[in-house]
Design a protein around this ligand. Structure first.
Ligand SMILES: Nc1nc2c(ncn2[C@@H]2O[C@H](COP(=O)(O)OP(=O)(O)OP(=O)(O)O)[C@@H](O)[C@H]2O)c(=O)[nH]1
Ligand SMILES: [Mg+2]
Length: 395
C-alpha cells in the first residue's frame, strides 16, 4: 500500500493557475515511488473568480483531488487544509505549496526526501545552495529583512527562509504544534513565520531544501508587503518579550491598533484639508470665517468618510448602506465638534487668555486649548464609528 502525501494548495482567486499547478504537483508522483499524492484545494470564501468551479471539476476527474471552502485568510486555508487531510486521508506527510505557479512543484520531491531522511520539518528555501529568489527588488528586500529580523529576534539563526509557504512536516509534529498560540485566523501572511516558530517550540527537527521562487505571471498578488512587514515586526517583538518573561500580547494589540493608527492618519489628513479649504474660502471667495469654517468642516468630513470607508474600515461588513453610514458619520463628527467646543469653552473659562514663554517665544493659551481637544474628540470619533458606523456584522 502506498503512503499518502497530502499537499494543501490555498487559493484565493487563482483561476488562471490552479489547474496547471494541480497537474504539475500530481506529476511529481513519478519521482516519489511508494507515495500517492493527494491534493487539498483550500479555497477562500471570498474567492469568486471561478477557481471553485475549476477545482470542483478537477475533483470529479481524479479521486486524489479534494476541495474545501474556507473562511478568509491564508492561515485558515493552510491549517484547515492540513486538518482535512488528517481527518480524511491518513497522510504520512503533510505538505503545502502556493497555487499560483511561482514555485516549481519539484520542490516537493526534495521536501519529502528530507522527511524520509528523518527530519520532522522540511522548509523550502531561497537562501540555501541551489535556491533562488527572482522577485522584484522590493520583495527581495522584504524577504531578506523579514528573515534577518526573525532570525535575530526569534531564531534559530540557522533557518534562513521564514516567509515561504513550501513546506512539509510529519503529522506527529503538526499535532504537537499549539494552534492556540498560532495566529492562524488573522488575515495576514504572518502564519508563515509564526508556524515555523511554533513548530520549533514543538520540537521540530528541521532542514532547509533549495527552492526557486519566480515572479508571478498570472493572477494577482495577495501579499501586502507593508502590512506584512508591520506584522512581522510586532510578532517578533511579541515573541521576544514573552521570552524575556513579559507576557504582553503585543502582536494582537498591534493588529487591533492598526485600525486606530489608520483612523488617526485619516484624521490628520482631514485637519489639513479643513484648514486649506478654510483659508481658500476666506481668501478667494471672501466668505466670513464662520461660514468658511462650516463649509471646510463638511469637506473635511466627506474626505474623512471616504478614506475611512475605503481604507480604514474597508474589510468591515456592515448592515447599513453607504448613505446611512455617511449620515451617521456626519452626526458623530458633529458630536465631536460639540465636545471640542465645550472643552475649549471650559479651559478658556478656567484659565482665561494668557501666554506661556517657551524657547524665547510667547505662545498663547488658546493654542493649548485647541490641541487639548484632539485626544478626547479622537476617542469619541473612533469609538462611535468603530462601534456604530462601521459596526462589523457577523454573517
Ligand atoms: N485560502 C486563501 N488562500 C490565500 C489567501 N491569501 C493568499 N492565498 C493563497 O496563498 C498563496 C500565496 O499567495 P500570493 O498572493 O501568491 O502571495 P505571494 O506569493 O507571497 O505573493 P506574489 O509573489 O505577489 O504572488 C496563493 O496560492 C494564494 O492564492 C487567503 O486569504 N485565503
Ligand atoms: Mg504568489
Amino acid at each position: 500500500m502506498k503512503k499518502i502525501i497530502s499537499v494543501v494548495l490555498p487559493t484565493y482567486n487563482e483561476k488562471a493557475t490552479i489547474e496547471k499547478t494541480v497537474k504539475k504537483v500530481l506529476e511529481q508522483e513519478k519521482e516519489l515511488p511508494g507515495f500517492e499524492i493527494n491534493i487539498i484545494i483550500a479555497d477562500d470564501i471570498r474567492s469568486l473568480d471561478g477557481t471553485e468551479q475549476i477545482a470542483k471539476n478537477l475533483v470529479l476527474q481524479d479521486k486524489r483531488i479534494h476541495f474545501i471552502k474556507v473562511e478568509p485568510g491564508l492561515g485558515v486555508g493552510l491549517i484547515e487544509g492540513h486538518k482535512y487531510a488528517l481527518n480524511h486521508l491518513r497522510p504520512s506527510i503533510l505538505a503545502q505549496l502556493d497555487a499560483d505557479g511561482q514555485v516549481e512543484p519539484d520542490v516537493l520531491v526534495r521536501l519529502v526526501g528530507a522527511i524520509e531522511d528523518g527530519y520532522s520539518l522540511a522548509i523550502g528555501s531561497r537562501f540555501v545552495s541551489g535556491g533562488k529568489n527572482q522577485l522584484s527588488f522590493i520583495r527581495r528586500l522584504f524577504t531578506y529583512g523579514a528573515s534577518t529580523f526573525f532570525r535575530i529576534m526569534v531564531g534559530p539563526w540557522d533557518i534562513r527562509e521564514v516567509t515561504n509557504s513550501a513546506r512539509a512536516l510529519t503529522p506527529a509534529l503538526f499535532k504537537k504544534i499549539s494552534l492556540k498560540k498560532l495566529p492562524w485566523k488573522e488575515q495576514t501572511f504572518i502564519v508563515q513565520p509564526a508556524f515555523l516558530h511554533e513548530a520549533i517550540v514543538a520540537g521540530a527537527k528541521y532542514k532547509e531544501v533549495p527552492l526557486v521562487f519566480k515572479n508571478r505571471l498570472e493572477g494577482y498578488s495577495k501579499n501586502k508587503v507593508f502590512n506584512y512587514s508591520y506584522d512581522v515586526i510586532s510578532y517578533c517583538l511579541d515573541i521576544k518579550l514573552h521570552k524575556l518573561g513579559l507576557n504582553i500580547p503585543l502582536f494582537r494589540l498591534s493588529r487591533r491598533a492598526k485600525t486606530l493608527i489608520k483612523f488617526s492618519l485619516v484624521g490628520a489628513v482631514g485637519t489639513i484639508v479643513d484648514f486649506l479649504f478654510y483659508k481658500i474660502f476666506i481668501n478667494c471667495l471672501a466668505l466670513t470665517p464662520a461660514v468658511a469654517k462650516g463649509f471646510s468642516a463638511e469637506i473635511a468630513i466627506l474626505n474623512n468618510f471616504i478614506l475611512n470607508n475605503y481604507w480604514t474600515f474597508r474589510y468591515r461588513k456592515t448592515k447599513t448602506n453607504l448613505w446611512q453610514k455617511l449620515g451617521i458619520f456626519n452626526l458623530v463628527s458633529l458630536g465631536g465638534l460639540a465636545i471640542g467646543v465645550l472643552i475649549v469653552k471650559y479651559l478658556h473659562l478656567t484659565y482665561g487668555d494668557g501666554f506661556i514663554y517657551i524657547f524665547g517665544r510667547h505662545i498663547a493659551y488658546n493654542n493649548f486649548y485647541f490641541f487639548a481637544t484632539i485626544p478626547p474628540v479622537m476617542i469619541w470619533n473612533f469609538t462611535i464609528n468603530h462601534l456604530v458606523t462601521w459596526r462589523h456584522q457577523k454573517d
